[in-house]
Every structure is written in structure tokens, then in C-alpha cells.
Design a protein around this ligand. Structure first.
Ligand SMILES: Nc1ncnc2c1ncn2[C@@H]1O[C@H](COP(=O)(O)OP(=O)(O)OP(=O)(O)O)[C@@H](O)[C@H]1O
Length: 223
């Protein structure tokens, strides 16, 4: 379903991703690992359609996914490092916004992430781990087949990491795909793995130092 071929990305003078490929079928998961700076977040952003690669293809069901990034955005639930909640709205209101887009039930998502007791608190009053759980609830509410999760367990306590197990299982049982970056074990026991090498190994001595070439080329369409 998702075929990624030969993706290359420069950041500044450095070739951060060099010919990366992967293939995932419905219900499969991939753990993306590698040292700090290896390009894990960069690859997720490419797959989310948030960053243009210098080379390569992202195919969804055999079709160029990045040719129509609006259509691609509807397939993707992207969790970045930022939790992207509206601080003045309550948790329930934040999730209602996400649910409207996905046509889903915020109450169910709050229950799945043990957030129901916090529903009426403004998002600004949530702790870091509670915000992360709320951001994961938004992922669930998006009803998108492709979950791209950048360090989903960041700030989560042991119980909350346990909750991810049910969340991930349910998504995969429905035929969803999960790609998650991580530095710690995640409850995705039978996931495939892709370990990116350190970016320093791929420095391009011929490329002059300068600005990131494509950072401003595409507007972001997801939190
Ligand atoms: N705006 C930028 N301009 C130039 N280079 C950048 C920019 N942002 C990041 N980089 C470089 O891109 C490389 C990949 O960064 P990325 O965030 O994808 O790594 P990562 O594997 O997700 O790291 P981490 O494990 O620390 O989250 C790094 O070497 C970083 O220095």
C-alpha cells in the first residue's frame, strides 16, 4: 500500500537521507530508529507531504502520493514533536475539532487514552504527558489509514505507554499502517525496522554551506 522509493533529502549542505526505501502493506508497522540527527523526523515529514524530497517517490496504492498533497493529507495522521493543541480550548473542544474532520467520537478517544476526567480543562493546564495523550487522541480521531508518529511515547508514563498498545493494535487490525520514530521500546512487537545511519556519515563535501534548500517550498497542512 505504501511504497517509498529512493528518497533523498538535503538539509543545508548535508545529504541527510540518501536513497531510503521502504514498503508497508495494510496492517503493518515500522519502527524508524537511528541516532540523533539521522533524519527520522525528516523522513516522516516527507511521508506526510510536509517536505519536498530532492529525489525519490512516495506511492500510495501505486499512485504518486505527493502529486496531490491535499488528497494525501486526508490519508495521513501526523504526530510531530509539538502537540498542536489550542491552549484556550478545553480538551473536549480540542478533540471535537479533530473529530469533526474525521467524523469520529471524541468521548471514545478520550476514554482510550484515559483522558475523560480532564475533558473540561483548558489544554494549557494539561501536563506534558497529558498533552501528548491528547495529541494521540487526535491521531485516533483523524480516521486516517497512515499514522506517522514522531516519538509518540515522548513524556508518557508507563501506563500511558501501555495504552498505546491497544491503540496501535486496533488501528492495525482495521488495516491501518503505522510508522513511528523512537529511541525507546514501543508496544509494536512485530513491527518491521529501519535503522538510519548517522547523518555525518553522508556529508556531501561538494555541496556549499547554505540555507536548507526546500524548507520554505511547501506550506504545512498538518499540525
Ligand atoms: N532547518 C535545518 N537546516 C539545516 N539542517 C537541518 C535543519 N533542521 C534539521 N537539520 C539537520 O537535519 C538532520 C536530520 O534531522 P532530523 O530532525 O530529521 O533527525 P532525527 O533523526 O529525527 O533526530 P532526533 O533523533 O534528534 O529527533 C540533522 O543532522 C539536522 O542537523
Amino acid at each position: 500500500m505504501l511504497d517509498v522509493e529512493n528518497i533523498s533529502v538535503f538539509r543545508g549542505e548535508r545529504l541527510v537521507l540518501d536513497g531510503v526505501g521502504l514498503r508497508l502493506r495494510a496492517g503493518e508497522a515500522l519502527l524508524l530508529t537511528g541516532p540523533n540527527g539521522a533524519g527520522k523526523s525528516t523522513l516522516l515529514r516527507v511521508l506526510a507531504g510536509l517536505r519536498k524530497p530532492e529525489g525519490g517517490h512516495v506511492l500510495w496504492a501505486g499512485i504518486d502520493a505527493l502529486a496531490d498533497r491535499t488528497a494525501h493529507a486526508a490519508r495521513v495522521a501526523y504526530l510531530g514533536h509539538q502537540d498542536a493543541l489550542k491552549p484556550g480550548l478545553t480538551l473536549r473542544e480540542n478533540l471535537a475539532l479533530a473529530a469533526r474532520a474525521g467524523g469520529t467520537d471524541p468521548g471514545r478517544a478520550m476514554a482510550a487514552l484515559a483522558l475523560s476526567d480532564l475533558a473540561d480543562l483548558p489544554a494549557r493546564m494539561l501536563s506534558a504527558g497529558q498533552k501528548r495523550r491528547a495529541a494521540l487522541a487526535r491521531v485516533m480521531l483523524a480516521r486516517a489509514p497512515l499514522w506517522l508518529l514522531d516519538e509518540p511515547s515522548l513524556g508518557l508514563d508507563r501506563n500511558a505507554i501501555g495504552l498505546l498498545d491497544g491503540l496501535f493494535r486496533a488501528h492495525r487490525q482495521e488495516g491501518g499502517i503505522i510508522i513511528a520514530t523512537t529511541h525507546v521500546p514501543l508496544p509494536l512487537p512485530d513491527a518491521l525496522g529501519l535503522d538510519l545511519p548517522a547523518a555525518a556519515d553522508r556529508a556531501d563535501p561538494d555541496w556549499p554551506p547554505g540555507q536548507d534548500r526546500f524548507d520554505d517550498c511547501w506550506m504545512e497542512h498538518a499540525p
